[in-house]
Design a protein around this ligand. Structure first.
Ligand SMILES: [Zn+2]
Length: 356
């Protein structure tokens, strides 16, 4: 069903019962399960830190921000990755990293996010912060501080880069499981899905899962069902980063749903990277109707120009999600998270209160 426009209602709608005022999606308690570290930075902070550290930013990250991207071909992905790397290079000191997490936690709180799982590939920062282990410890400490100040629970997902060697991923998995009692909650696999098969990372994910981490690889974004199947069957995915292309294979989608694998659907990201031509083309409604567990995510607000609450309003305006359905998405998000049980209960009650 199409959403009823909020303005310019046609005369034919006059006989319909009056529509209740729409609730504020930013006030809906929820969890945010798909957000990358540098990608969560405020644009104003990027510009300020670049200036401070003498990093030259391309126009796409200054006056032409947010950049126009398209990753469905290799060149487009290369450009996206290059901009991401430039943005990462403005994080020079431990204080920069703490500031990023502090502001991200504030922004999450302002959008109703009560629990955030933020992904970081520590190897992208290790050279600057004294190696892999000190980087992970710095991130964990900064996350604890930022979360406590903003009133947002923060879990860290250590993500391996699928374009690097699977042995590097194993090293990261071993490192990640050492910090399960200090805030690492999951193990991910990011970067270009076309350039690194999930299959090759089975060993790393086995280490992570045995160590008690959630398996949360990216899959079903730039590639279709075969990639989704590998993530689910080989990596034992608890959730899929994106996973939207599972919709292309109904039998696979059924198995994803039966296994309780949640999909971290990021509508604005899908459009920015050309996975879908428009938000209306993201198969959010189809996945929801099929019974998939869906946690909406912003992916990289710094590069795609919108944060978490916007994804919920897009579900409303582009896919006709009612407030009750938006509340259901928020429930999915917290239930698919690694949040402590007490927080899950609190958030579920908050969601109910938002509806009533
Ligand atoms: Zn992502």
């Amino acid at each position: 069903m199409e959403a009823e426009p909020t303005s310019g209602r046609s005369p034919a709608a006059r006989d319909d019962p009056p529509r209740p005022a729409e609730r504020d999606v930013a006030a809906l308690p929820k969890a945010h399960l798909h957000l990358h570290f540098t990608g969560s930075m405020r644009h104003s902070t990027l510009v300020e830190l670049a200036d401070r550290h003498g990093v030259h930013l391309p126009d796409a990250l200054v006056e032409d921000w947010p950049p126009r991207l398209r990753a469905t071909d290799e060149r487009g992905w290369f450009r996206f990755q290059r901009l991401y790397d430039i943005a990462r290079s403005v994080l020079v000191t431990p204080d920069d990293l703490r500031r990023l997490l502090r502001e991200t936690a504030q922004d999450e709180a302002a959008e109703g996010s009560r629990w955030l799982e933020i992904q970081v590939d520590p190897s992208g920062y290790a050279a600057r912060f004294g190696g892999l282990t000190p980087t992970v410890e710095l991130v964990l400490d900064a996350a604890r501080e930022a979360g406590a100040a903003a009133g947002v629970g923060i879990g860290i997902v250590v993500a391996a880069n699928r374009t690097r060697h699977p042995l590097d991923a194993k090293t990261l998995a071993r490192l990640a499981v050492r910090y399960t009692d200090q805030g690492v909650v999951g193990f991910g696999l990011s970067n270009d899905e076309r350039r690194g098969r999930a299959y090759d990372f089975e060993g790393a994910f086995r280490i992570a899962r045995r160590g008690g981490l959630l398996s949360v690889p990216h899959g079903g974004e730039l590639l279709g069902p075969a990639s989704v199947r590998e993530c689910v069957e080989t990596l034992g995915a608890d959730r899929l980063g994106h996973g939207v292309r599972a919709v292309e294979d109904p039998a696979l989608l059924r198995s994803v749903i039966e296994r309780g694998v949640a999909l971290e659907v990021c509508p604005a990201s899908n459009v920015s990277l050309g996975v879908a031509p428009t938000v209306a083309d993201v198969p959010l409604r189809a996945l929801y109707e099929a019974g998939a567990r869906i946690a909406l995510g912003a992916d990289d607000p710094l590069l795609f120009g919108s944060r978490l609450a916007r994804q919920y309003s897009l579900a409303r305006t582009e896919h006709g999600f009612t407030d009750a359905e938006l509340a259901e998405l928020a429930r999915h998000s917290i239930l698919a998270s690694a949040a402590p049980e007490s927080l899950k209960k609190e958030v579920l009650e908050g969601i109910q209160a938002w509806l009533e």
